[in-house]
Design a protein around this ligand. Structure first.
Ligand SMILES: N[C@@H](CCC(=O)N[C@@H](CS)C(=O)NCC(=O)O)C(=O)O
Length: 299
């Protein structure tokens, strides 16, 4: 099987979710470091214009969005499951909660705390990405409330651990641990002082240290040119299509993320599952259109 390549940057929290999942599975993988802000000339040729991070590449198959990436990792490498048997839905639901409510509170708390130290080029880039002002003054005002919210999220996790279990779903780590962890890792990395606010929650710090100890599997480096070459010399996997979407095959479709950064891309419809859409020959859509689909699978 071709190797797992993760297009990422080290400070990216959603990449940390995937890196921990790679650690849970004990996989070897290669990191291609991509820029934190646009332009991303070595990423967009693979994705048709999708610029966010992380993106996973396996041969000529390109997976956008961490929720899709972890699902695909579990499909290809079923050992040490990310979705614990009997609690698959719970892990997915918890991941979504972590990616939205908890992540938004973490962003508010971090940028509200580091405030004026944020690079103006970063602010400009994220404003262009989201189409919203990156309002540091508002974040500063809201930071104390966001910190209280984060503590409530951390307390929920501590309650789950109250029976002495090592990880969210029992003795083995799963997606839910990675999804909660990356938010607290984000806070500790950028605002170490804030982490003291959870120190009094029973079990919380011990759980955090256990997830840290999982690590990231075996990471190697790869250049963007090597990654492009790996895509050019591989064939995409065969995929199926949902019956309801069979008549779309080969037609031109536009896809966009539903959280933020919704610039669509267009491509030839190549397949679908309940959780993903696949297109070939993608490029950036010249006109703006919105899709209700959450995750992109692009090949
Ligand atoms: N829903 C996406 C969110 C990804 C996301 O927002 N990633 C951040 C970095 S952690 C990003 O792409 N920021 C803009 C950029 O890097 O261009 C996912 O789960 O992968």
């Amino acid at each position: 099987m071709p190797e797992v390549i993760l297009h990422q940057y080290d400070s990216s929290p959603f990449s940390e979710k995937v890196r921990i999942c790679l650690g849970i599975k004990g996989l070897a993988w290669s990191a291609v470091d991509q820029p934190v802000i646009m332009p991303k000339p070595d990423l967009v040729p693979l994705t048709g214009g999708y610029r966010r991070i992380p993106v996973m590449q396996i041969g000529a198959d390109i997976y956008c969005d961490s929720q899709l990436i972890v699902r695909e990792l579990d499909r290809r490498f079923p050992g040490r499951p990310l979705f614990p048997r009997g609690s698959e839905g719970l892990a997915i639901g918890f991941e979504q909660w972590c990616d939205k409510g908890l992540f938004q509170s973490a962003v508010m708390a971090i940028f509200g705390s580091i405030g004026d130290g944020v690079d103006p080029a970063f602010i400009k880039d994220r404003e262009a990405l989201s189409g919203q002002p990156f309002n540091i003054a508002a974040m500063k005002a809201l930071a104390p409330f966001a910190i209280t919210q984060i503590k409530a999220h951390a307390a929920l996790l501590a309650e789950q651990l109250a029976d002495g279990r090592a990880f969210f779903a029992g003795e083995d780590p799963c997606l839910a641990d990675a999804a909660a962890y990356y938010n607290f890792w984000f806070i500790r990395t950028f605002c170490p002082g804030l982490a003291d606010r959870f120190a009094d929650l029973a079990n919380f710090d011990a759980w955090y240290d256990r997830v840290t100890a999982i690590g990231h599997g075996t990471r190697a480096g790869m250049t963007p040119a090597q990654a492009l070459q790996a895509a050019a010399t591989a064939e995409p996997e065969e995929i199926g299509t949902l019956a309801a979407e069979a008549d779309l095959t080969g037609k031109s479709v536009a896809l966009a993320a539903t959280d933020y950064g919704r610039d669509p891309i267009v491509g030839s419809f190549a397949g679908s599952t309940l959780y993903s859409l696949a297109v070939r020959e993608m490029s950036r859509a010249s006109d703006w259109s919105r899709s209700t689909f959450r995750a992109l699978a692009i090949r």
